[in-house]
Design a protein. Structure first.
Length: 494
């Protein structure tokens, strides 16, 4: 065979293999509808089952004890701390009572050893959080150190906790790569409070614990000036807060009468005091852990079983969130390599660039560059893969990689639309008023920075049971600094 023929044949085999993988990653309108109905079923089940322990496989649907939505007139200065998947942030939030706020913050990247080293303990982690809190107070508010009065702090903790009140909650399981065993089952508010006291910060009181989605929802309600009447006369209602970042999750207000898992006396007490709704942290990362309906490829199975810190759980998150998009691509590429379709200059897996063999080394940021690369010969993709992975590629390989990237991100965004459509349907939010519109407060690196992610969610919402009409009434808004402001709002009412 001539050189050209060999090249053409190689290219044909690669694009056929890639097409097969992309087909497997494609979600039809029927599948989106099936998943949406199953999500609603799972929510109803989760609201009735009081088993938020580590072995529970259903949708957690955790009551948060937040029973009202802010309207933007709240005011006060509060502290907020936020432990997320990548950073720890400590801030003072000045709520100015006019939908506006001012914020001073100190952000630190969580040291790698907390995620990688098996010998790290809970004391190490919370000691670190308390030391960062002390550093913040010393730098920005040294006057607090003389304080006799209590300073209220809201703690955003972006992991599944079983909450029994606004200011307490035990860790059910770690997600997003953390695996510190001795935190499991412990009250994270107490752990943080004790560590603050050890650092001499006993004037700081951790008065509220909030998931980041709850914080995002509350802060969106506070900041949204559309709530109430728009100039055009339409009413826009904030309905949920969601995160599409390292992890994914959402929170919304549910009628207290539907939250069957609340102890009867608590439910009655709340209803008698005039409360009607409570914010539910769905923990939708754990949707369909039994894989009854979620689309599943062999790559998803491998990532969950071989490479994740919580195998068998948070399977929806492993198809949607930023932590996993690059890992899915890495697994597909290794498989195509092992079948001799790609990177054929390397004779064996050991010879591949080290980073391609390392789990979680390929980041979703790299995918975001490839997604929109329209440079000639896909040069940007070439550079990006060389810089981040030390991986040289041919033009044919880059075309294949771009197709894969687009299929992986589209599946993620289409799946992301499922819980949104389900919550809009379950709460009847779209039908509450004539011409009523709804707002969804979103935060997280993927929804904020991944090119086209929000429009892909919108495509899928139009394909979901809410249809194009429901999609048009739904506004996906970025809620910046959501978790800090939200935690402060929680602390204010505590
Ligand atoms: C956690 C959630 C969190 C989400 C977004 C998930 O891994 O389980 O509690 O809200 O990530 O940060």
């Amino acid at each position: 065979m001539s050189f050209d023929k060999v090249h053409q044949e190689k290219q044909r085999r690669l694009s056929k293999a890639v097409e097969e993988v992309c087909d497997e990653l494609t979600l039809t309108s029927e599948k989106i509808c099936e998943l949406t109905h199953f999500f609603i079923e799972s929510m109803e089940k989760g609201l009735g089952e009081s088993k938020e322990d580590a072995s529970y496989r259903g949708l957690p649907m955790i009551p948060t004890y937040v029973t009202g939505k802010p309207n933007g007139t709240e005011s006060g200065v509060l502290l907020a701390a936020d432990l997320g998947g990548t950073n720890f942030r400590i801030c003072s939030v000045d709520l100015q009572g006019n939908h506006k706020f001012a914020l001073q913050q100190m952000k630190s990247k969580i040291p790698d050893e907390f995620l990688e080293d098996d010998t790290v303990t809970s004391d190490d982690l919370f000691g670190y959080l308390a030391r960062r809190t002390l550093a913040f107070v010393k730098k920005y508010h040294p006057e607090y150190l003389q304080n006799k009065e209590e300073l209220k702090l809201g703690f955003t903790f972006s992991y599944p906790v079983d909450q029994k009140s606004l200011a307490s909650g035990t860790l059910i399981r770690w997600t997003k790569g953390f695996k510190i065993k001795d935190t499991l089952g412990k009250d994270v508010v107490q752990l943080y409070q004790e560590s603050l006291e050890e650092q001499g910060l006993s004037m700081v009181r951790v008065v509220a614990l909030a998931n980041d989605t709850v914080g995002t929802f509350l802060s969106h309600c506070y900041c949204s000036e559309n709530t109430g009447s728009l100039t055009s006369g339409e009413i826009v209602e904030p309905v949920m807060g969601c995160i599409f970042g390292t992890g994914t999750n959402g929170a919304y207000m549910e009628k207290i009468e539907n939250i069957k898992k609340l102890p009867e006396e608590v439910r009655q007490e709340l209803l008698q005091s005039g409360k009607t709704h409570m914010c539910i942290n769905t923990e939708w990362g754990s949707f369909d852990n039994d894989l009854k309906h979620l689309p599943t490829t062999k790559y998803d199975i491998d990532i969950d079983q071989k490479f994740s810190s919580n195998p068998g759980f948070h399977l929806f998150e492993k198809r949607v969130s930023g932590m996993f998009l690059g890992e899915i691509l890495r697994n597909v590429l290794l498989d195509l390599f092992n079948k001799r379709f790609i990177f054929t200059q390397y004779t064996a897996e050991e010879k591949l660039p080290h980073r391609l063999k390392t789990p979680f080394e390929l980041s979703s940021e790299v995918l975001s560059h490839i997604e929109i690369d329209d440079s000639s010969q896909l040069r940007e993709t070439e550079l990006s893969l060389l810089q981040s992975m030390r991986l040289p590629t041919t033009y044919d390989e880059r075309i294949a990689i771009q197709n894969l990237v687009r299929a992986i991100s589209r599946r993620s965004a289409y799946l992301a639309a499922v819980p949104i459509a389900a919550i809009l349907m379950k709460t009847g939010a779209l039908n509450q008023r004539y011409h009523g519109e709804v707002e969804i407060g979103c935060d997280g690196s993927v929804v904020e920075y991944y090119p086209g992610f929000r429009s892909m969610i919108r495509h899928a919402l139009a394909l979901s049971p809410i249809g194009p009409e429901g999609e048009r009434k739904t506004h996906l808004c970025i809620a910046k600094d959501g978790s800090g402001v939200g935690a402060a709002l929680c602390a204010l009412v505590a």
